[in-house]
Structure formats: structure tokens, C-alpha cells
Design a protein around this ligand. Structure first.
Ligand SMILES: CC1=C(CCC(=O)O)c2cc3nc(cc4[nH]c(cc5[nH]c(cc1n2)c(C)c5CCC(=O)O)c(CCC(=O)O)c4C)C(CCC(=O)O)=C3C
Ligand SMILES: [Fe+2]
Length: 381
């Protein structure tokens, strides 16, 4: 036992992300990948394509993942954790299936996955697990024997994710004009999703309306707001609001939208707002367009001072948190009982998504969960 490395039984870490276009010619094929079979109106797609073209057809997300990948490799090596780190995406190169094929060829048998999504939801969790199942099925059909793949627990409430957001909120408050800072409201933002998807998210029991998705975001918002109050000595009103809605208008999605919210609080006399995108791991297009471009223009039109807090990105504390989560999970898999760090009221999330967690409209195979065909057979080997 004691001669095992701290990362045993895992032999590789996989960074699994969304992917984004890297030039104007990538934008349309990227959006086709994202929206295949999802019934997003054409009008919305044309509009979102324009967001990317506004930035030269390049999403910042791939460079941000390259930076995170390099930081993870450096941090693991510096701490004597000899675990190779790979990167694959759902919607753009390097594609997940190609990365897993490469990992199979390199002889990896137990892979742990970090997704760039911290919370429970179909889009942020199960859909990635479906992507893993699809990739494993493809490799199996090619006659390969792919590794067993597990997924790290949701890390929304890990101190290494939360603390950088506290500092980022305080820094964003610092960028407001002096005379409006004390009265500024905090608007915590995340991706809107259909209310039906929110209600069914996580193991939904005990979370009430909005399921685990809303409960987890509220817990983080409350924790960050309390820490900001403690550190600045000023109690500021806060709200959880939504952004980046898509889908047909007659289907209810989580509200209010950040732009409507800015209008409302401006009408109520708020002197300023700090937007804090707690739902996102890096400053990708949903942040740089939807908040920095669209919501910021809305605020300017209202004459409302706003700033936006940075996301965690490759903050060393987040990178260290990933190492902590990897070693924690490895220890759990070895039958040990490691300490499981978590701030807020909800406690550490489950390691293995239970059966039926974050259900899809049409059930499909999903890896790395209690209902996974791939995880089970391999676990006995
Ligand atoms: C919860 C959630 C996260 C956070 C968790 C996570 O990070 O996973 C997230 C992240 C992201 N979403 C992104 C981009 C897009 N999301 C879309 C569409 C959708 N997102 C949804 C949800 C989420 N999305 C949903 C319910 C849809 C409707 C269609 C569907 O049910 O699938 C569309 C289609 C056009 C549109 O309708 O907007 C695009 C282009 C990018 C890349 C940004 C970049 O390029 O830098 C990132 C990181
Ligand atoms: Fe999205």
C-alpha cells in the first residue's frame, strides 16, 4: 500500500472543456457542433456568430485552457505528483475522442477528468459525461480498449475556487468611482438554463425550485458576499442573476437576465453594480461578450457605473485546488477517508453522480456516474 503514489489508482488527468473557434472560418462549424440536435433558433445562431466575429472569430477559451493546462502540469510537477495531464474538448479541436485515443495509445488505464464547469446541471455535468461515453464507444468500436474514466466532484464550493472570486470582487469594487463604491450592489451571474433543467439538476431532492444548480450558485454567492462584507467592512445587497439565454422564447429559462436586472436596480436608485460571473471558470466569450460588451453597454445607456470581477482562470489557488481534489479522489478510490474541503452550507459534492442526476430530455449513455456502463465493468479489474 505505502509504495503507491499519492495519485494511485489514477494514471492520467484529463482537462475536459467546451472548445471555441480560433479564426473566422471556424465560427460556423463550431456553432454547428455546439447546437447539433438542440433546437436553437437560427436567428439566435446568427446573433451568437456575430459575437464571435466581433472578436475576429476567436474565442478566448482555448488559450485560457492552454494556460490552465500548463499551470496544472507545473503545479503537479512542483509537488511531486507524476500524473500526465491531457486536454480535450466537446466542440472544437483538440476533440475529446482524439485525446482519449491518444491516452489509450499511451497505455493509460484509469483517467480522472476535470471539467471546466463547477456546478451541477445537464450542460455542465451530464452532457460532458455523455461526451465521454460517446468517445469511449467510438474507441471501443475501433477495436481499442479505452481506459476507465472518472470525473472529479463539483468544485463550486472548494476554497480554491471561492477565494479568488472574493479577491476579484474586491478588486472590481476598487475600480468603481470612489463616491459610488460603498453603495454598490453585487450581481452574481451564471448561465441561464431552462427552468425545467434547473429543477431537475443534481440529485434534486432537498434543493427546492431550481434544483442543485440554483442552490449551489446561491451558496457560492452568499459565501462570496459574506467574505467581501467581512474584508471591506461594508454590507452590500446582492442578487443571483442570469445571462446568455438561448432557446425558444416560449420556453421558460432562469431569470432575471443581467441586463433587465441592471435596469431594475438602476430604477431603484442603486449607485453602481459589480458583476461577478461565479458560473464560469474563465473569462471566455460568454463573459467578454455578454457581460463586458452587452451588459456594460446597457449600463452605460442607463448611466449606471459597473465593473466586472475576473473569473478564477489559472489562479494558483484554483490550480492547487485541482491537485487537492485529484489527491482526495485518489485516496477515496483507495478506500481511505480524505479530508474534503468545502465552504458554504452545502458541503462537499458527491464523487459519483447518482442514477438520474441532471437528466437529459432523451436518455443517453453517460460515463463516470453510478448509471454508467463503462465505469462498472472496469472497476472490478
Ligand atoms: C450551464 C452552461 C454553461 C456553463 C458550464 C460550462 O462551462 O459548461 C455554458 C458554458 C458555455 N457555453 C458556451 C457557448 C455556447 N453555449 C450555447 C448554448 C447553451 N449553453 C447552455 C448552458 C451552458 N453553457 C445551454 C443550456 C445552451 C442552449 C443549448 C443547449 O442546450 O446546449 C451556444 C449556442 C448558441 C447560444 O444559444 O448561445 C454557445 C455558442 C461556451 C463557450 C464560450 C466561448 O466560446 O468562449 C461556454 C464555456
Ligand atoms: Fe453555453
Amino acid at each position: 500500500m505505502s509504495d503507491q503514489p499519492a495519485h494511485a489508482p489514477y494514471d492520467a488527468l484529463l482537462l475536459l472543456s467546451f472548445g471555441g473557434p480560433e479564426g473566422p472560418e471556424d465560427v460556423v462549424p463550431f456553432l454547428e457542433n455546439v447546437t447539433r440536435g438542440r433546437g436553437i433558433p437560427r436567428e439566435r445562431l446568427r446573433e451568437v456568430g456575430q459575437h464571435y466575429f466581433l472578436f475576429g472569430g476567436v474565442s478566448p477559451i482555448n488559450d485560457q485552457n492552454r494556460e490552465l493546462l500548463a499551470a496544472l502540469r507545473e503545479d503537479l510537477a512542483a509537488h511531486g505528483v507524476d500524473l500526465p495531464v491531457y486536454w480535450g474538448n466537446r466542440n472544437w479541436a483538440p476533440y475529446l475522442t482524439d485525446t482519449l485515443r491518444e491516452m489509450t495509445a499511451a497505455g493509460h488505464r484509469r483517467v480522472l477528468t476535470l471539467t471546466t464547469s463547477a456546478y451541477a446541471s445537464y450542460s455542465g455535468c451530464r452532457q460532458y459525461r455523455e461526451n465521454l461515453a460517446d468517445a469511449l464507444a467510438t474507441l471501443t468500436a475501433e477495436g481499442l480498449t479505452p481506459p476507465r474514466v472518472d470525473k472529479l466532484r463539483h468544485y463550486f464550493n472548494h476554497p480554491g475556487f471561492v477565494r479568488p472570486m472574493v479577491d476579484a470582487t474586491i478588486a472590481a469594487l476598487g475600480r468603481l468611482p470612489d463616491d459610488v463604491r460603498a453603495g454598490a450592489r453585487l450581481a452574481f451571474t451564471t448561465h441561464s438554463i431552462p427552468t425545467s433543467a434547473a429543477d431537475a439538476s443534481g440529485p434534486a431532492e432537498g434543493h427546492g425550485d431550481g434544483g442543485a444548480y440554483v442552490a449551489e450558485h446561491l451558496d457560492v454567492a452568499r459565501t462570496v458576499a459574506a467574505a467581501v462584507r467581512e474584508e471591506t467592512g461594508t454590507d452590500r445587497p446582492w442578487d443571483l442573476v442570469y445571462q446568455s439565454r438561448s432557446g425558444a422564447p416560449h420556453i421558460p429559462w432562469l431569470e432575471p437576465d443581467i441586463c433587465d436586472h441592471l435596469e431594475t436596480v438602476h430604477g431603484e436608485g442603486a449607485p453602481a453594480v459589480v458583476m461577478v460571473p461565479i458560473g464560469f471558470v474563465s473569462d471566455h466569450m460568454e463573459v467578454t461578450y455578454d457581460l463586458d460588451t452587452e451588459a456594460t453597454a446597457k449600463a452605460a445607456e442607463l448611466g449606471l457605473p459597473v465593473t466586472r470581477a475576473a473569473t478564477v482562470g489559472a489562479d494558483p489557488r484554483f490550480v492547487a485546488a485541482v491537485r487537492d481534489l485529484v489527491l482526495e479522489r485518489a485516496a477515496s478510490e483507495r478506500g481511505e477517508r480524505p479530508e474534503r474541503c468545502a465552504l458554504g452550507a452545502l458541503g462537499p459534492s458527491h464523487d459519483l453522480c447518482p442514477v438520474g442526476c441532471c437528466p437529459a430530455r432523451a436518455p443517453r449513455p453517460a460515463a463516470a456516474g453510478a448509471d454508467s456502463p463503462y465505469a462498472q465493468g472496469a472497476s472490478t479489474s
